[in-house]
Ligand binder design. Sequence first.
Ligand code: FES
Ligand SMILES: [Fe+2]
Length: 356
Amino acid sequence: MGTCVSGNFLRDYWYVGAWSDEVTDKPLARTLLGDSIVFYRKPDGNVVALEDRCAHRRLPLSMGSVIGETIQCAYHGLVYDPAGRCIKIPGQDGVPAGARVRSYPVVERNQFISVWMGDAAKAEDTAAISFPRLGDPGWAHSKVRLEVGANYLLIIDNLLDLSHVAYVHNSTIGNAPVAENAVVKTTAGNGTVRITREMVNVPVARTYAEFGPYKRLFDRWQLSEYTPPGYFLINNGCAPPNSATGDDSRLHGPGEWGFQVYHCITPQDERHTHQFWAIAYANATIAPAARAEFNRQHHQVIAEDVAIYEAQQCALDTSGDGVSAEDVRSCISIQADAGLLQARRMIARLREGTVI
Ligand code: FES
Ligand SMILES: [Fe+2]
């Protein structure tokens, strides 16, 4: 890992810090927005998130031991409660007032452990984003956390321009019509940016032909909805060829066959990002025996994207003119940039504290 720069991140938000099954009664160290955090699970099942730096000599608490609902530093044995208060100093009576580490508000829902990274007093006013299909027994899913060696904005850009599916993912979910034959609509409002791409009467891409009901031609759509700071819902569906009615409502569902993809993007620092990714589909969509291969193709897709982000970050770092992911200073603007430019403007307004 590079330097831990806290960066120009939006702080007063919930960020996904871990999948539920990553946090146990053993300490888990993770860097979010430049903050070193230790997670652990108490005997009652609730998750604790504390600053991962002992108040005594700054040893990471994640090197210590969870004892009941407390955590003990591995160096001189100071013990902290779930609120971050030091409650025991071995060999002495009493604990100095104010001996503590920061504690972060946490909520756990639908497989996500979300952490409030800003002013704790504001946490209750905002609901953490979750995707209920990840907790729905009628749906199956596959998930992963990726460590991406790139600024989080490059990932957001990628997910707001799905024309790239035609080129980056052309051995699975993509083919040329995704870029060349899509009717693209971009809308921003109610705190989200939404882009729809509808392709009518186009050839079926490999993954769709292999697992879906259409083998030759179909109508296909993608809906990408971004909610700051780093949440994406991507809805994918299809229907018989030439069945579009001009009514966009079908783009929100699977049509005859489809699936959803979720991304939660949490910066580590300016050049590293946690990407929590899941694909979800109704149980009837993919037969149990076919799920391993369907999921594999989508894990390949996300690995292909990571290679793009990391190569872009490397190109920015070596450009020699001080350009960054914040300020890409692209030489060419294309029509497909509309959504990502809307998102960048939204992030800029949020940083200024403007209500969107
Ligand atoms: S550094 Fe943690 S107890 Fe001394
Ligand atoms: Fe992609």
